[in-house]
Design a protein. Structure first.
Length: 270
């Protein structure tokens, strides 16, 4: 059996008096591709921030590789180990791009981890080539297009060669061509057994890339944890969790019910 990367046990979190997560329990094993689904406000992004050690649960606990992931533990050698092994891609690339040039963005992470200069240059050059952004190397990130910024943000995370990728709405703002590029990138990472956990509204991304799905409903609880293809077939669950929606209208004597979303249906009733 593959090693356990994350274990969440009874996680709860709130912002002031507003509950974001309730009694969240699940595990993630090495090499898994997990999609976290839910409506806006269900707690997906909060969960991802906890898994990245940006915030910490108010109740329950979370472990990374068997070690408690807490504010106290994220210091010393464990912090270095954790940041080397886990990379986080924010939904908006402007949040994580701050260096003067694209080259500096890709070099920043390895530099903080003490990677030798020669290895940093090798990593950065290889990533610029792999992602097709060598021509952007000397550009300031704020001058780039949305798709270019997303590529740079992803490259800056890959530059530390993490074992685990946390992706919050990874296709947000991407044009169709860049989405295809992103699908192909994640497929290549699956082949080399990277672990990734992504929060997304894009059900086609779930179908193509996720082996497993966790669904949060609007009560901020887990209501499904299982094979990704099973949840995509469960229209009632997707409706209850407000991941898809439907409306009814009539044409003469025929009533049409439309489900909206990538896996929509069109039912007719006399």
């Amino acid at each position: 059996m593959k090693e356990e990367v994350y274990r969440a046990d009874g996680l709860g979190y709130s912002y002031g008096g507003r509950v974001a997560l309730r009694e969240i329990c699940f595990t993630v094993r090495s090499g898994e591709s997990l999609a976290v689904l839910g409506a806006n406000g269900s707690g997906k992004s909060t969960l991802l921030k906890i898994l990245n050690g940006l915030i910490f649960p108010k109740t329950g606990k979370v472990e990374f590789m068997g070690a408690p992931l807490t504010e106290e533990s994220l210091s010393g050698e464990f912090l270095k180990c954790f940041r080397e092994r886990v990379g986080f891609v924010f939904p908006e690339p402007d949040v994580q791009l701050f260096c003067p040039t694209v080259y500096d963005e890709l070099a920043f992470g390895p530099l903080q981890l003490g990677v030798p200069d020669s290895e940093i240059k090798k990593r950065v050059d290889e990533l610029l080539e792999m992602l097709g952004i060598s021509n952007l190397s000397g550009r300031a990130p704020y001058t780039l297009s949305g798709g270019e910024k997303k590529k740079v943000a992803i490259a800056s995370v890959l530059s530390v060669d993490p074992d685990v990728l946390l992706l919050d709405e990874p296709t947000n703002g991407l044009d169709p061509r860049t989405q295809v590029w992103f699908f192909e990138l994640l497929q290549s990472l699956k082949v080399i057994n990277k672990t990734f956990i992504m929060c997304t509204h894009d059900l086609s991304l779930v179908e193509d890339l996720a082996s497993r799905a966790v669904v949060l409903d609007e009560s901020h609880r887990v209501v499904f944890d299982g094979p990704a293809l099973d949840v995509l077939k469960d229209k009632d669950l997707l409706l209850r969790a407000n991941i898809i929606h439907e409306h009814t209208h009539r044409h003469g004597g025929i009533t049409h019910i439309h489900s909206h979303g990538p896996y929509s249906t069109h039912d007719e009733h006399d």
